[in-house]
Design a protein around this ligand. Sequence first.
Ligand SMILES: NC(=O)c1ccc[n+]([C@@H]2O[C@H](COP(=O)([O-])OP(=O)(O)OC[C@H]3O[C@@H](n4cnc5c(N)ncnc54)[C@H](OP(=O)(O)O)[C@@H]3O)[C@@H](O)[C@H]2O)c1
Length: 162
Amino acid sequence: MFLIVARSENNVIGSGLEIPWRVKGEQRLFREITLDNTLIMGRKTFASIGRALPGRDTVIVTRQSDLSFPGCYIASSLEQALDVASELRGDVFVAGGGEIYGQAIDLADGIHLTTIHTLAEGDIFFPEFDTSQFDIVVSRYYESNINYTYEFLLRKPLEARI
Ligand SMILES: NC(=O)c1ccc[n+]([C@@H]2O[C@H](COP(=O)([O-])OP(=O)(O)OC[C@H]3O[C@@H](n4cnc5c(N)ncnc54)[C@H](OP(=O)(O)O)[C@@H]3O)[C@@H](O)[C@H]2O)c1
């Protein structure tokens, strides 16, 4: 399972339900990486997107027992979401938000981490994590209306972490 996230230089990922930037090209990257795979997201992130994204299976995590969303699977815990997702298409991507990243990061095999080169205002953050547990296997800098860097971090094999 992989995390996929865009965060600002000060680690903001959201403000209320919104993402506090618009960066040309960055969403295309998200689409390319996640297409034909499965997304897990928190109920608030789903509310902010408002629909199931085409070409992907979606599992929404919520503690509410009476929710259903067209074209989406529902799970009552992250563990259940991972179980459900393992039967769906392609690789599994945890796509936020802050609460769900916080629970998933220690389980992740890798992180698709985009850093938006700005200081953003917001109240939802990507969790602090130990970067020494990961190798940066891809790093690409993009110029846009706000420049950004995409990195793919892969968790080091156990013997390299001891
Ligand atoms: N920049 C990015 O890459 C990025 C990506 C994704 C989201 N975001 C932003 O992040 C923000 C949303 O993040 P958030 O932290 O507020 O919310 P969130 O993680 O999207 O969703 C939180 C909700 O998930 C459910 N949940 C969490 N843990 C659970 C568990 N263990 N078992 C069952 N349900 C669980 C609960 O839903 P119920 O309340 O229904 O029980 C909880 O209220 C928005 O601003 C969004 O735009 C940014």
